[in-house]
Ligand binder design. Structure first.
Ligand code: KIV
Ligand code: NA
Length: 271
């Protein structure tokens, strides 16, 4: 499969739905690599799904670097987008450039930044430096304290549209719309020439993104807007129970799982 770039994502607008899922580790990225998925988002949601944090606020650059390297080592054909974590791009444009470069050096092929008009200076500086940027409006979980909880956004449609348009003007190649009323996401989608990728923002978007732990039944709290396709936590629990039972009963290990005697080695092989 050919490597996808940000341009392949942009070209799909108005033609074909764009599909994105998160991944934070090597085996998951290996599995995704064999699918028709368009892009892998190394989200800071890995802080919750893999590291057990209560929010994305504790996630550090080091965490994001480790996730990004692990995903990139799977060499997936999908575009690898890495989240810039909380406070890695807010302090100054200079710091944002340095931190984005760290993610690119780990294998990110684009970065995602939360926010609207207030981050456009950073977005254009990154794009100027050669780093494709995905925007993120609506519910922005890194601002959960200020927002006052994980709420559905987009009651101010004009504001959402203005923010998304500002991101497009700054050079963003796509915009995530999170947890927003479907009508607001539709207005954003219709007013942009770059694609919208939605999560909990309805069907009128150019693409959809979900957290892989939600679709696989591996997350602690699954939001209503995610669909669970498999229940891997249940599968793991059942497999572990079987293993415990087999060890206790002596049915594991069986003859194919061990070697009875040290095989005879001739002198040459021993040397
Ligand atoms: O970190 C994440 O998983 C995200 C998606 C919800 C878009 O930012
Ligand atoms: Na995120």
């Amino acid at each position: 499969m050919n490597k996808k770039t940000w341009r392949d994502i942009v070209k799909k607008k108005g033609k074909e739905k764009i599909t994105v899922l998160t991944a934070y580790d090597f085996p998951t990225a290996k599995a995704l690599a064999e699918t028709e998925l368009d892009s892998i988002l190394v989200g800071d949601s890995g802080g919750m799904n893999v590291l057990g944090y209560d929010s994305t606020l504790p996630v550090t650059m080091e965490d994001m670097e480790m996730f990004t390297r692990a995903v990139a080592r799977a060499r997936p054909p999908q575009l690898i987008v890495a989240d810039m974590p909380f406070m890695s791009y807010e302090i100054s444009v200079e710091r944002a450039l340095e931190n984005a470069a760290r993610l690119v050096r780990c294998g990110a092929e684009a970065v995602k930044i939360e926010g609207g008009k207030e981050v456009t200076e950073v977005v254009s500086a990154l794009v100027r430096a050669g780093i494709p940027v995905m925007g993120h409006v609506g519910l922005t979980p890194q601002r959960v304290l200020r927002i006052g909880g994980y709420r559905t956004m987009g009651s101010e449609v004009d504001q959402l549209v203005e923010d998304a348009k500002a991101l497009e003007r700054a050079g963003a190649f796509s915009v995530v719309v999170e947890n927003s009323y479907a009508e607001a996401a539709r207005a954003v989608t219709e007013s942009l020439s770059v694609p919208t990728i939605c999560i909990g923002a309805g069907p009128h978007c150019d693409g959809q993104v979900l957290v892989i732990h939600d679709i696989l039944g591996m997350s602690d709290v699954r939001p209503y807007f995610a669909r669970m396709y498999r229940n891997l936590r249940e599968e793991i629990r059942a497999a572990v129970q079987e293993y415990v039972r087999d060890v206790k009963s002596g049915s594991f290990p069986s003859s194919e799982n061990y070697k009875e005697r040290k095989p005879h080695l001739n002198a040459k092989e021993n040397a």
